[in-house]
Design a protein around this ligand. Sequence first.
Ligand SMILES: [Zn+2]
Length: 51
Amino acid sequence: MKCEICKNKIEETFLSKILGTYVKDAKGKKRMICKECQTKYKTKEEIIKQL
Ligand SMILES: [Zn+2]
């Protein structure tokens, strides 16, 4: 799995939880975002703008 902003690989924990988050874009599509980008772009709106 890759982050949809920086294209880095997103790591998974042993419980298959991703080290990052999902955001829904304007079309309601789920986008995967890594922890770094989540920290960098603090709000959902900011994240969506980068996609
Ligand atoms: Zn990222």
